[in-house]
Design a protein around this ligand. Structure first.
Ligand code: PLP
Length: 421
């Protein structure tokens, strides 16, 4: 029964029941963690073959000795595979080292130090703001804040950011960019639609060097039989007369090894030349041995998709547990809503307004670690104090079920406390 429809006595009884359940959890000595979106050991095992590759056969398809310096663009055979998957022309896609976050950092650092191809001056020393569709990826927001940018929240809908809000803010020349996770957003699972992507590509911006940071981290991370397709942002932006607007990022962090994968950067020919022009001073070339073993491990784009099916077989039951426990335990009481993502790594849980911090504290006190409330918002501040990011991938099925049951009890207790005030 919905909490709002309970009488005062019924609410007291309900709260007492949650307190008893919570006390029982407290004596169970839990030690559970659903904080970060890491692959589980079983998922990492799917790529174990990489550990003994490439062996003695360390020459690339073109005969290059991958152990040596050079090859700033990255290995062609691996770029070809991911060009197909990411919908980026192969000449416009670079393969790099292990973290796409580093590519985001470096492109911003280069813009600060040198400006972009269309920047009148370097960004450094200017008032710079970035649009932050929220809830969103905490490290995007943290990086922009760390570089001294102002963070401007905009609403994130199921089909992408609120275009009217983006249009309004982007008219300000200080607004230099927007973070977008187009497919299976972290944490809501939102997928940017064709029409939203087309609008973002075409919007009139105050800054001539406005950038869309199109972080397609979960491009192939499907959780259902449907392989949701990401809009072709480079093509749309070119067609709209803003070819340099998008920078496309991706990596194999959640395909092979989170710490030892390969990252990718895609952009217009001019942006790629701009990036390489600065990169050449930073490095003599990427880790081509790693790129070669990845290319051999996958074989082709279908090999990547087949590999992702094996991830899905491990992950689907985990997301099913989250859905089942939340709908069984919270559904009847009208105290929360949550996403049912078709891919990606997270479920976004909205608890009763004003109780997210309380839920996280209650959970911590009984040995359940949750991502701090507000993490998915600029400046770690959720204006409604209601969002909690659930990361189901790392724990075992048994631990995840226990964690979700405990979380449900904390949500119900916090909601009952709030209803009594
Ligand atoms: N982008 C998003 C949206 C993510 O959720 C993550 C990791 O959680 C990353 C990027 C990190 O990617 P990488 O390991 O390639 O730096």
């Amino acid at each position: 029964m919905s909490l709002q429809s309970l009488t005062t006595d019924e609410l007291s009884t309900f709260k007492a029941e949650q307190e008893a359940a919570y006390a029982a959890l407290g004596s169970a000595g839990l030690s559970l963690d659903i904080t970060r979106g890491k692959p589980s050991p079983e998922q990492l095992d799917l790529s174990s073959a990489l550990l003994t590759m490439p062996g003695d056969d360390f020459r690339s398809a073109a005969g290059v000795d991958t152990r040596n310096y050079g090859g700033l663009h990255g290995l062609p055979e691996l770029r070809e595979i991911f060009a197909e998957l990411l919908g980026v022309p192969v000449d416009q896609l670079l393969a790099a080292d292990n973290a796409s976050l580093s590519l985001m950092h470096d492109t911003l650092a280069f813009a600060l130090l040198h400006g972009t191809p269309e920047s009148p001056t370097p960004w450094a020393g200017q008032d710079i703001a970035f649009l932050c569709p929220s809830p969103g990826y905490d490290r995007h927001f943290a990086l922009a804040e760390h570089l001294g940018f102002r963070l401007i929240p905009v609403d994130l809908h199921e089909d992408g950011p609120d275009v009217a809000q983006v249009r309004q803010h982007a008219a300000d020349p200080a607004v230099k960019g927007i973070w977008i996770v187009p497919t299976y957003a972290n944490p809501t699972g939102a997928v940017v639609s064709e029409s939203v992507a087309a609008e973002l590509a075409a919007i009139e911006t105050g800054a001539p060097d406005f950038r869309i940071y199109w972080d397609n981290a979960y491009a192939v991370h499907h959780l259902t039989a449907e392989r949701v397709k990401t809009p072709d942002i480079l093509g749309l932006a070119s067609a709209a007369g803003h070819p340099n607007r998008p920078l496309v990022f991706a990596s194999t962090s959640k395909i092979t090894f989170a710490g030892s994968g390969v990252s990718f950067l895609g952009g217009s020919p001019e942006n790629v030349a701009w990036y390489l022009g600065h990169l050449g001073f930073r490095t003599i070339g990427p880790d081509k041995v790693n790129q070669l073993r990845h290319a051999r491990f996958f074989g082709d784009a279908d090999g990547v998709l087949a590999h992702m099916e094996r991830h899905r077989a491990i992950l689907e039951p985990k997301f099913a547990i989250v859905e089942r426990v939340l709908s069984d335990r919270l559904g009847p009481h009208g105290v929360a809503s949550w996403t049912q993502p078709k891919g990606g790594y997270f479920v976004s849980l909205d608890v009763t307004e004003g109780t997210a911090n309380r839920v996280v504290q209650l959970a911590k006190d009984i040995g359940l670690a949750l991502t701090p409330a507000g993490s998915s918002f600029p400046y770690q501040t959720d204006p409604r104090d209601q969002n909690i990011r659930v990361a189901p991938t790392l724990p075992s099925l048994t631990d995840l079920e226990a964690a979700m049951e405990a979380l449900a009890t904390c949500v119900l207790l916090a909601a009952a406390e709030k209803a009594q005030t």
